[in-house]
Design a protein around this ligand. Sequence first.
Ligand SMILES: [Zn+2]
Ligand SMILES: [Zn+2]
Length: 344
Amino acid sequence: MQAVCLTATRRVECLSVPDPSLQAGEAIVRVLQVGICGSDLHLFRDGAIGEARASLPFVLGHEAMGVVEEVASSEYAHLLGKRVAIEPAIPCLRCEFCLRGDLNLCPNHLFLGLPPKAGAMQERIAHPAHLLEPVPDSLSDAEAVLLEPLAIALHAVDLGKVRTGASAAILGSGTLGLCVLMVLKQMGVHPLFCTDLLEHRLSLARELGADETVNAAQTDVVAEARRFTNGRGFDYVFECAGVDDTQWQTAQIAAPGAKCLIIGTNPAGHVRLEGSAARRKGLSILMVRRSRLTLKRAMSLAALGRIPLARLATHTFPMAQCQQAFDTAVEYRDGVVKAFIRME
Ligand SMILES: [Zn+2]
Ligand SMILES: [Zn+2]
């Protein structure tokens, strides 16, 4: 079967790989669609993300959905033939942290598409059956893929114990930032202030309910946030870009007593906050580690039609055009928000 493999820096190719074999507790999923995420782009650009270095060729991708073709035990027979969203993190379910429900913090976990675990951009994968969630017919394949980042946004909002009627800033309006925006909008968080470097993302943020948007390439975000809030700052700040600039702005635009949710992964491996502002304002800094049992709730919200996930789905490429797909995503070409690869 074919897989989309990273074969060199900034080079992806369709290569033949062996078919997966079914182990106890697993299912074989025929993968239909996979999203290209920021972390895939780190691997594409650098061949590594944080301390995880890919040995090439390496199969990319973790935002995925497909159809269950085979299950290892009758316990999961109800999944056969079903379209499923895939939870990409595979916790050990045995350690202290898993047993207390913090599956996202499992130190022994594997993650699809994060070295050493091969990713979802292959025609079939074997995956633990308990991590497959049947998707209702009302959700498209693209929406099913986007449940993964939406689940992360829900976890961030849970972690922040976000209160309705309070204000929030979202720094970085890519897929994650826009998922956070849609959830906060639903909850009645107001006003909502979004930043990005790309005008097309800011215009989408406005369509999805942002009250104010700022292009950080042209405008001083901190000055604009102070003006917009009359110097008060925001009750919640969601850092969704994972770069030094947005991290540094986080404490500066927060209100006294605010909560700052750090979601973006800074490839430099650090979080750079303005310490004096963070201390003076008594900020709570919360690190968001992926999602914690929120995939089902993400699905429930999306199926209600309250979260217009399809608006983020801007580009779909066939597997044979994987290089073009990654080039488009990494260079932010052509108004891309979320690019997908079809695996059929
Ligand atoms: Zn991702
Ligand atoms: Zn564990």
